[in-house]
Design a protein around this ligand. Structure first.
Ligand code: SF4
Ligand code: SF4
Length: 145
C-alpha cells in the first residue's frame, strides 16, 4: 500500500516517506460536523473541499493538503470539535488511518478523492464504538492515544 518507507522515530517507527512530513491532520470528529470553520481561517486555502467546491456535498469530511499547509496552526482553535492535530505523533492511534486519508485526498481528482473516502469508510466500519461518541466529546474518549 505504501511506497518510499523511511525511519522516522515517530509514532509508527516506520512510516511512508510521503507521510513523514505530514503537517496538520483532520480526524473523524469532522465527519458529522464539516462546518468549514477551519477553511475560513486558513491563510493558504489548503483545506478541501470548500463549501463553494462541487465536491463538498459528497465528501464525508474535510482534508488538509499536506504540501500546501504552512503549519500556521490557525485551524486548530477554530475547529469546534477538536478534529485537527498538528502532527502524526499528536494524532491519536485510533485516528491513524485518517492520516493517510489527508495525505492522499486531492480535490478534483476522482481517483484520489475516492481513495480517501474509502479510507474514511473503512475507519467508520472499524470504529463503531468510537463513532457512537458525539463528535465534540470524542477527543476525550478513553485510550485515544
Ligand atoms: S495549519 Fe494553517 S495552513 Fe495548515 S491547514 Fe491549518 S490553517 Fe491551513
Ligand atoms: S473546523 Fe473542524 S469540524 Fe469544521 S470542517 Fe474544519 S476540521 Fe471539520
Amino acid at each position: 500500500m505504501f511506497q518510499g518507507l523511511e525511519q522516522t522515530g515517530g509514532l509508527w517507527g516506520v512510516i511512508p516517506r510521503r507521510l513523514a512530513s505530514m503537517p496538520f491532520i483532520i480526524t473523524d470528529p469532522c465527519i458529522e460536523t464539516k462546518d468549514t470553520a477551519c477553511v475560513d481561517v486558513c491563510p493558504v486555502d489548503c483545506i478541501h473541499p470548500r463549501k463553494d467546491e462541487p465536491e463538498f456535498a459528497q465528501a464525508t469530511m474535510l482534508y488538509i493538503h499536506p504540501e500546501e499547509c504552512i503549519d500556521c496552526g490557525a485551524c486548530v482553535p477554530a475547529c469546534p470539535v477538536a478534529a485537527i492535530y498538528d502532527s502524526i505523533d499528536a494524532t491519536p492511534s485510533n485516528q491513524n488511518d485518517l492520516i493517510e486519508a489527508n495525505a492522499v485526498y486531492r480535490n478534483g481528482d476522482p481517483a484520489l478523492m475516492a481513495q480517501a473516502e474509502e479510507i474514511v469508510k473503512a475507519h467508520l466500519a472499524a470504529q463503531p464504538a468510537l463513532m457512537a461518541i458525539p463528535a465534540a466529546e470524542r477527543q476525550a474518549a478513553p485510550a485515544s492515544h
